[in-house]
Design a protein around this ligand. Structure first.
Ligand code: HEC
Ligand code: HEC
Length: 153
């Protein structure tokens, strides 16, 4: 039974993200200072372009860049953007990877209250629960959810 399950093709929703090899240093420096430098595959090209067009009003913050750096990062994100349309349904405007069908599906077993727990801050703070998030690793067997929400109460 287990073997049969493992042989099934991965569905769009079980997709595991990976860090691309062509990541420019500016990406970590400019997009990893306030939050994790998100993996490009977590949003499609159109949504990344939308994020990169409105850096002046970025989710209540100002994340403006000089035009050379902005274009370099936009190109990188567009090149490595995700292509599985189903995953990104619901991203909204401004786009949020945490609002997508993919993210919601991966986290559906977590109680809603965890996202506003002060130890988490908000859903985009991946590293609050995924200790290897900086390295692009999101293994469900390696999560540190604040106590009271996930299998320890
Ligand atoms: C000055 C701080 C700052 C910088 C620099 C910054 N961001 Fe953000 N970003 C934020 C804040 C604040 C939020 C909203 C976080 C929240 O809702 O908890 C956010 C949210 C996001 C989200 C949506 C997360 C989600 O799924 O809810 C994306 C995507 C994003 N940023 C991409 C980028 C990219 C790409 C760059 C680099 C060009 C960048 N950010 C640089 C502050 C920043
Ligand atoms: C409040 C804690 C918490 C936060 C914050 C969080 N996650 Fe998770 N995540 C989990 C838990 C717990 C699981 C395992 C869920 C399950 O097994 O049902 C999970 C599962 C996942 C998986 C699936 C892993 C697998 O092995 O199938 C991915 C991918 C993932 N998260 C990515 C992210 C990303 C990207 C962010 C930030 C944008 C994030 N998570 C934010 C707790 C969190």
């Amino acid at each position: 039974m287990l073997a049969a399950t493992l042989l099934l093709p991965m569905s769009a929703l079980s997709h595991q993200p990976t860090i691309p090899h062509d990541v420019p240093p500016a990406y970590q420096a400019e997009c990893g200072s306030c939050h994790l430098a998100y993996l490009p595959s977590l949003l499609p090209e159109s949504e990344w372009r939308s994020v990169m067009r409105q850096l002046g009003k970025h989710y209540g913050d100002n994340a403006s860049l000089d035009e050379t750096t902005r274009l370099q990062i936009e190109d990188f994100l567009a090149r490595n953007a995700g292509s599985r349309r189903l995953m990104y349904f619901g991203a909204g405007d401004p786009p949020r990877l945490t609002a997508t069908a993919w993210f919601q599906h991966k986290h559906k077993r977590l109680p809603t209250a965890v996202w506003s727990d002060k130890r988490v801050g908000s859903a985009p703070n991946c590293a609050a629960c995924h200790p290897e998030a900086e390295r692009g690793l999101f293994n469900k067997f390696d999560v540190t959810v604040p106590s009271g929400y996930w299998g320890d109460d």
